[in-house]
Design a protein around this ligand. Structure first.
Ligand SMILES: Nc1ncnc2c1ncn2[C@@H]1O[C@H](COP(=O)(O)OP(=O)(O)OP(=O)(O)O)[C@@H](O)[C@H]1O
Ligand SMILES: [Mg+2]
Length: 336
C-alpha cells in the first residue's frame, strides 16, 4: 500500500462550471469542503455561462471565508493556493484563477493550477486506503466520459472516450425531454428507483475499442416519445418512472460493458469510478457487482466528492505541492 505523505496546508478553489467551491486540506486530510451550487440556471434548462461567471464573483469570497473559518486556519498558515485550471467555462475559470492569484500575491505564496478531470480522479486519494497503481478509472461527468489508465497519482492516460455526448449529458437530456428540471441526472436516478428497467428497450451503441457514444440514444428517446404521444398524450406522465429506469439501465450497461472489456484486456486489478455520474445509484451498485465478479478492488468516492467540489482540487494540489509542481502567476486560466 502506498504511504500518505504529511506535509502541507492548502486552500483550494473550484469554479469550472456552476459550483463555487473552496476547501482546506492539511496533511492530506480535508478540514473544510464548502460548495455553493448555483441554482439560478435551472429555470433556463442548462448552465448560462455569463450568469455562472457573475454568480462566482458573488459567491467566491463568502465561500472561501467559510472554508477558512470551518478549517480554523489562518491565511498565513497556508503553504499554497490551488485552483481549477480548466477544462471549464472561461468566465467561471477566470473568477477562480484570478481570485487564487490575487490571494497568492497578497500572501506571497505559490499557486498550483489543477486539471479539473485529474481532480475528479484524485477524489480517490481522499479515502483512507490509497489505491495501488496502475488502476483503471471510469470518469463520468457532465462534460466528459473517459476510461483512464491511472499510472501514478496525477499521471493518467486516456484509453477510451465518448465520441459525442457525455454520460451526464445523456442523463440531463433525458430529463429535459421528460420535462424535468436541470440538472436532471439526479432526478432521473431517483425516479428510476421506482420504475421497471425492462419496460422499454433502447439501443446501445456499438463502438470500437473502449469508446462511447450517447447521441444515438438521445435521438432514439426523442422519436420514441414522439411516437408514443401520438396515441397517448399522457404517456410521459403515466410511464415516467419506467422511462427513467429503462434509460438509466441502458446508459449504465453501455458504460460498464466497455469498461469491463478494457479492464480485462489490460489485466487490471483495481478499478474506480469518478465524476458527477458516479453518484448514480445503479452505476455504483453494478460497478461493485462487476468488480466482485472479477475480484477487482473497487473504489467508489463518497457522494460529496463525485460532483464538482474543491476537496478533489485540494488533494490534487497536495500531491503537486509535494512534487514541487508549482504554478506561475503567468499561467493561463486553462491548461493547453
Ligand atoms: N445520481 C446521478 N445520476 C446520474 N447523473 C448524475 C447524478 N448526479 C449527478 N449527475 C450528473 O453529473 C453531472 C455533473 O457532474 P460534474 O459536476 O462532475 O460535471 P461537470 O463538472 O459539469 O462536467 P466536467 O467535470 O466534465 O467538466 C450532471 O450531468 C448531472 O446530471
Ligand atoms: Mg466536474
Amino acid at each position: 500500500m502506498t504511504q500518505k505523505q504529511d506535509t502541507v496546508t492548502i486552500l483550494a478553489i473550484e469554479s469550472s462550471c456552476d459550483d463555487t467551491a473552496a476547501a482546506v486540506i492539511k496533511d492530506s486530510k480535508i478540514l473544510a469542503n464548502i460548495v455553493a451550487s448555483q441554482t439560478l440556471h435551472s429555470e433556463y434548462g442548462g448552465v448560462i455561462p455569463e450568469l455562472a461567471g457573475r454568480a462566482h464573483q458573488q459567491y467566491i469570497l463568502p465561500v472561501v471565508q467559510q472554508a477558512l473559518q470551518k478549517a480554523d486556519i489562518n491565511l498565513n498558515d497556508l503553504d499554497a493556493i490551488a485552483y481549477t485550471r480548466g477544462p471549464g467555462l472561461m468566465g467561471s475559470l477566470l473568477v477562480g484563477s484570478h481570485f487564487a492569484k490575487g490571494l497568492a500575491i497578497a500572501l506571497n505564496k505559490p499557486t498550483i493550477g489543477i486539471h479539473h478531470l485529474e481532480a475528479h480522479v484524485a477524489a480517490h486519494y481522499l479515502q483512507d486506503q490509497l489505491p495501488e497503481f496502475p488502476f483503471l478509472c471510469l470518469l463520468v461527468s457532465g462534460g466528459h466520459t473517459q476510461i483512464l489508465l491511472v499510472k501514478d497519482f496525477l499521471n493518467m492516460e486516456i484509453i477510451g472516450s465518448t465520441k459525442d455526448d457525455a454520460a451526464g449529458e445523456a442523463f440531463d437530456k433525458t430529463a429535459k425531454m421528460l420535462g424535468l428540471p436541470y440538472p436532471g441526472g439526479p432526478l432521473v436516478d431517483q425516479l428510476a428507483e421506482l420504475g421497471n428497467a425492462n419496460a422499454f428497450s433502447f439501443p446501445k451503441s456499438k463502438m470500437e475499442a473502449y469508446d462511447y457514444s450517447f447521441s444515438g440514444l438521445k435521438t432514439s428517446l426523442l422519436y420514441f416519445l414522439k411516437k408514443q404521444k401520438e396515441t397517448d398524450p399522457n404517456f410521459i406522465e403515466s410511464r415516467l418512472n419506467d422511462i427513467c429506469a429503462s434509460m438509466r439501465s441502458t446508459i449504465v450497461e453501455s458504460l460498464l460493458s466497455q469498461f469491463e472489456k478494457a479492464a480485462i484486456d489490460l489485466n487490471i486489478k483495481t478499478v474506480g469510478i469518478a465524476g458527477g455520474v458516479s453518484a448514480n445509484k445503479l452505476l455504483r451498485k453494478e460497478f461493485e457487482k462487476m468488480a466482485q465478479k472479477h475480484q477487482w478492488r473497487s473504489m467508489i468516492p463518497a457522494f460529496e466528492y463525485c460532483t464538482d467540489n474543491a476537496a478533489m482540487i485540494a488533494i490534487a494540489g497536495h500531491y503537486k505541492f509535494i512534487n514541487n509542481e508549482l504554478g506561475s502567476l503567468n499561467d493561463l486560466p486553462f491548461a493547453r
